[in-house]
Design a protein around this ligand. Structure first.
Ligand SMILES: [Zn+2]
Length: 330
């Protein structure tokens, strides 16, 4: 019913200016996204804002879903480039439907920014379009290696949303790169960068020089305490965030959380350095992990997103500092 009504409305828009029509269509896409992702309570118990499609420049779009994960797409005359495909094939399809309301150009490239399932489990509908998939070599390797664990930690979420876990199919990249890759599409250049491990090995940053915008992977979220179970080196992570904070861009488009600035990236680098130094100090003093969890409360970050996961993050840092191991990646 909704589909018929929408096509009748959009058909009647042909006389309206292209810009206005596009804005209207983005509005429709948004309505679709909201319908597909009903507001969920976040970890702090507050209602999450509804999903939103933000037009960053004439050709660059940021799909922002606080309760799930973000995606970015660039529309050119030659086709579309997409970064990340959300958490489930149904989410991926909804993203694809949204893109289709903005453009009918072919999907040429899909980049998966890191190995977490909430950024590539939506790949299958995009694979069906014939797009070429690209990821950093470590991301490709880990995606394959930890697929059962990535599924296991999302099963409850799928069930809560009425989604069938069996619909998730691992779609691996067609192309991998080690340090850098440039994609040229429709007169635009898109630069993929691997700056070393951040939140995990394989964390891929994507620059859109024409838009003065940078996509950041799991390594960054604005005022958000990250999951520390995957990083092989917090020092490397802090260093790369400091590097990103000096890049010549105006906008940061993160894999989680809203559009941010370089100052926000710098703030996260400082928080990580502080958290890491504090936990390292406790380990050096022989404090047990359970005592560290009781005493290291980091009250200065109590308003940050995911503060409620602090105990798990201290435990994960203890594992890294004491053993150098990342058991999740075994
Ligand atoms: Zn994620």
């Amino acid at each position: 019913m909704a589909t018929i009504a929408l096509s009748a409305i959009t058909g009647g828009l042909s006389a309206i200016s292209h810009a206005l029509r596009r804005q209207f269509l983005v509005g429709l896409a948004l309505a679709t996204a909201v319908a597909l992702a009903p507001a969920q309570a976040n970890a702090q118990g507050r209602a999450a804002p509804p999903a939103e499609l933000k037009q960053i420049t004439s050709d660059l779009y940021f799909f922002y879903e606080f309760a799930g994960s973000n995606a970015v797409f660039m529309v050119t005359d030659e086709g579309v480039l997409v970064i990340d495909t959300r958490t489930h094939p149904r989410h991926g399809q909804a993203l694809l439907d949204m893109i289709r309301k903005v453009t009918d150009k072919p999907i040429k490239w899909v980049i998966n920014s890191h190995f977490h399932g909430d950024h590539h489990f939506g790949n299958a509908p995009f694979k069906a379009t014939g797009a070429t998939f690209v990821a950093q070599a470590e991301t490709a390797r880990i995606m394959q290696h930890v697929q059962p664990k990535e599924m296991a930690r999302r099963i409850d979420g799928f069930k809560n949303q009425g989604l069938d876990p069996n619909e998730v199919k691992l779609v691996l990249p067609d192309v991998t790169f080690d340090n850098a890759m440039t994609i040229k599409l429709g007169g635009r250049e898109v630069r993929l960068m691997y700056l070393g491990p951040g939140q995990q090995a394989g964390d891929t940053f994507v620059a859109f020089p024409h838009a003065r915008a940078l996509f950041t992977p799991g390594a960054f979220g604005k005022r958000s305490m990250p999951n520390m179970a995957f990083t092989p080196s917090v020092d490397s992570w802090v260093k790369l965030l400091e590097q990103v904070a000096t890049m010549d861009v105006d906008r940061i488009l993160p894999a989680h959380g809203d559009v941010a600035t370089r100052a926000d990236v710098k703030e996260l680098a400082a928080m990580l350095a502080d958290e890491y130094a504090t936990v390292k100090d406790a380990v050096a003093k022989g404090v047990s992990v359970d005592d560290a969890i009781k005493t290291l409360t980091f009250p200065q970050y109590k308003d940050w997103r995911n503060y409620n996961r602090l105990a798990g993050e201290i435990r994960a840092l203890y594992e890294l500092i004491q053993t150098g191991k990342r058991s999740y990646l075994d």
